[in-house]
Structures are given as C-alpha cells and as structure tokens.
Design a protein around this ligand. Structure first.
Ligand code: CA
Length: 223
C-alpha cells in the first residue's frame, strides 16, 4: 500500500514516513501543499495523510482540488486545531477522517487502515483499460492471449496512464511520479512512451497512447 504524507513539520512528516515503512507500507513525503496536490492528482496513492496548515496551499484547498479532479483517494487530515468547526470543514471539503495532533502512532496506523478499508477495493491486483490488462504483481501487460513484460519504469508509466482512465496525464506528472527526484527530462518520458507503444502494438491491443500537444498523454481505444 502506497501512502502520501503532506506535512510541513519535517520531523513529524519523516517520523510518520518511517512508521509506515516499518509497517510495510510504501510512503512518499512532501512538505508543501502544492506538491502534495500534484502528487495526489496522479491517483497513484492508496491513502493521503494531509496536514491542514501548509505553506503554498492549505490542506483544505488540496482536498477540494483533488476531489474536483475526480481523485477519490482516502484522505486523513491532520490538524493542530481542536475546534469542531475545523474538523467539520475538513470533512466537508472531502476528507475521510481527521486526527488532532499530537497523536499516538498506533492510532494513526489504525486510522489509515480504516480509511483505506472504507474504499472496499484497496488491494487491486490488476489494472484494465479497453482490451489491456496490467498485472500489478508480475508487471505483465496483456491483451487476449498475448502478453509482454514491462520494465520498472515502463510499468510505472503504464500504471499511471491506466489509472487515469482516459484522462490526460501531463509529462510533468509522469516525471514527478515515476522519476521523482532523479535526474530526468521530458525526453525520458517520450522514450518510455515510445517503448510502451511498441509493446502495446506487439500484443495487438486496440488501445493507443495518444499525444496531446503541450498537454500530455492519454489512453484511447481505437476501433
Ligand atoms: Ca503544518
């Protein structure tokens, strides 16, 4: 399970990250709301732990923007405030639950498990789009009885395109999500899109990766 932590108190953010990793989660950390929003919009997370008071963009605006963009990832808000009004506004904005700081580690883990359980289908083992199936365990991409194995980065790019479900994914989002802090340029994204197109062709799928100039990529079914 992949969790995004958006919290500007670095010690707390890093501590939550470590706790989650110790429990076998995958976790990414960002210290500002704007980056949190762009990472959250990739739809690649199973849960988001989001602080309310953040530099750049506050947590409530991040939740609203994510929900407006159709991202339904469960969100657990962290707040230092204790007033009921703040809790209600977090939930109104589209968060699933909130916790008041300071909190016990064990409670945080329990809440994360609870919000992800609520979505019902957290453990997704296969992504599909049109006639394409992507096995999230083996990284095999298949169409009918043909299949091809995807390398690490090819898999991450394909998974992002498939989970965006025909919505446009920008090169910048792909770079942020798949390459993270690593040295990479838009040329890397283009190269991987080209590898993927060859592999999709190879298994005779009707799905194609369409380039939208200046915008990014999306999947389409070509009849
Ligand atoms: Ca804060």
């Amino acid at each position: 399970m992949n969790v995004l932590i958006v919290e500007d108190e670095r010690n707390l953010a890093d501590a939550i990250c470590k706790i989650l990793k110790d429990e076998g989660f995958r976790a990414d950390v960002t210290y500002d709301g704007t980056t949190g929003l762009s990472l959250g919009k990739t739809g690649m997370y199973d849960a988001i732990v989001l602080d309310v008071m953040l530099p750049g963009m506050d947590g409530l605006d991040v939740v609203r923007e994510l929900r407006r963009n159709g991202i339904s990832t469960p969100i657990l808000m962290l707040t230092a405030r204790t007033s009921t009004a703040d809790k209600v506004s977090g939930l109104d904005a589209g968060a699933d639950d909130y916790m008041t700081k300071p909190f016990e580690t064990i409670e945080l883990l329990a809440r994360i498990r609870a919000v992800t359980r609520r979505t019902g289908d957290v453990i997704i083992e296969e992504a599909t789009f049109g006639d394409l199936h992507l096995d999230l365990t083996t990284h095999d991409l298949s169409c009918a009885d043909r299949s091809v194995h995807l390398s690490g980065k090819e898999f991450e790019v394909m998974k992002m395109l498939m989970s965006s479900n025909a919505r446009v994914v920008s090169k910048q989002d792909l770079l942020t999500r798949v390459w993270g802090a690593a040295e990479a340029s838009e040329n890397s994204v283009e190269a991987y899109i080209s590898f993927l197109r060859k592999k999709i062709n190879h298994i005779h799928s009707k799905v194609q990766i369409t380039t939208l100039r200046m915008l990014g990529y999306r999947l389409e079914v070509i009849e």
